[in-house]
Ligand binder design. Structure first.
Ligand SMILES: [Zn+2]
Length: 282
C-alpha cells in the first residue's frame, strides 16, 4: 500500500498523486547552472531534492484538491505518451488508492499545456483519444489555449493533438481568465513566463494558505537562484520576474508551497536567511 502525501489547509485537503520520480544531471535541467553555487545550497537541498554529486530529483505528480464538495485535479502528468512512460498507468492506480475513480473528478485544472501536465487528460479507446475524466470540466487559461492552439511549433506542448484538443472537441473545456476562482477557497494566481498563460493555484481556507506552483519554479534550488532557467521557460525575463515576485511576496509568511515537480516531501516554506539569501525549508 503506497503512502500518499497529504496536507490540510483549513477545510481543504490536498493529496499528491504520483506518477514518477527521477534524478537528472543539473545541466540537463538548468543549462546555465553553476556547480559551485549548487554546493552552497547542498545542506538544505540534500537528501530530498539532490542525489549524488549533481542529480536534481524531479517528481511528476498531480495534486488533488478537495474544496467545498468539489474534487479538483491539478495537472495530469505525462501519461502513456512518451517512450519509457508505458507504466504511467500507475498515476490512475494511485488516484484509485487515494479513494477516487476518474468519474469522481469534478474539475481538471491544467496549470499550463506542456506535455508533462496534460498526459492523462485523455485515454486511448478504440483508436480515439477521449477525456479520461468524463464528469469533469477541464479548465485551460484562455491565453494558454490561444497560444498553443495557434503555435505552429508546439515545442513542449507536443502532445496537444492527443491530450488537449480532444477535450475541447468533446465540449468539456472552459476557457478561463488567469485569476479565475474555482471555489471560494481555490483560485488561480497568474504566473506567466514559463508559458504565456501559466497559472499557479492558491488555496485559502480559515486563515491558512498554500500555493501549488506549476512550473513557475521547477526545482526548489530556483528559490535561491531565481535566475536559473529551465529549458522549458519560454519567456526568460518574465519567468525570472514572476519567480522573484512570488518569492518576495511569500517568503517567511507561513504560506505552504507545494511544488508541482518537487520530490517528496514536495511541500515547504520559502525562507530568507539574512544576507545569505533564500532557501526552501521542508
Ligand atoms: Zn512540468
Amino acid at each position: 500500500m503506497i503512502e500518499l502525501l497529504q496536507w490540510r489547509i483549513g477545510d481543504t485537503r490536498i493529496t499528491c498523486i504520483p506518477e514518477s520520480c527521477q534524478s537528472y544531471p543539473l545541466k540537463n535541467i538548468i543549462p546555465d547552472a553553476n556547480a559551485d553555487r549548487l554546493e552552497v545550497h547542498r545542506s538544505w537541498l540534500a537528501p530530498h531534492f539532490l542525489e549524488g554529486q549533481d542529480g536534481l530529483l524531479i517528481s511528476v505528480h498531480g495534486l488533488l484538491v478537495e474544496s467545498r464538495g468539489k474534487r479538483i485535479l491539478v495537472d495530469t502528468c505525462i501519461g502513456p505518451h512518451m517512450p519509457g512512460h508505458e507504466n504511467s498507468i500507475v498515476f490512475l492506480k494511485n488516484l484509485e488508492a487515494a479513494g477516487f475513480s476518474p468519474g469522481d473528478i469534478d474539475v481538471v485544472m491544467c496549470t499550463h499545456l506542456h506535455f508533462d501536465h496534460v498526459g492523462w487528460n485523455t485515454t486511448l479507446i478504440d483508436g480515439q483519444w477521449v477525456p479520461t475524466f468524463p464528469n469533469a470540466r477541464y479548465l485551460y487559461a484562455r491565453r494558454e489555449w490561444d497560444h498553443w492552439n495557434n503555435a505552429r511549433d508546439k515545442g513542449f506542448a507536443m502532445t496537444f493533438a492527443e491530450c488537449v484538443s480532444p477535450v475541447m472537441e468533446a465540449g468539456l473545456v472552459d476557457l478561463i481568465d488567469m485569476d479565475h476562482a474555482i471555489t471560494e477557497e481555490v483560485r488561480l494566481l497568474p504566473t506567466p513566463g514559463h508559458t504565456p498563460g501559466h497559472v499557479s493555484v492558491l488555496i485559502d481556507s480559515r486563515g491558512e494558505q498554500a500555493i501549488i506552483t506549476g512550473d513557475m519554479v521547477f526545482h526548489p534550488v530556483q528559490w535561491a537562484e531565481v535566475n536559473w532557467l529551465t529549458g522549458g521557460d519560454g519567456d526568460r525575463d518574465q519567468a525570472v520576474e514572476t519567480r522573484c515576485r512570488i518569492r518576495d511576496r511569500y517568503a517567511d509568511t507561513g504560506v505552504l508551497i507545494i511544488g508541482t515537480h518537487f520530490a517528496s516531501p514536495t511541500a515547504g516554506y520559502i525562507s530568507k536567511n539574512g544576507d545569505e539569501g533564500y532557501w526552501f525549508k521542508v
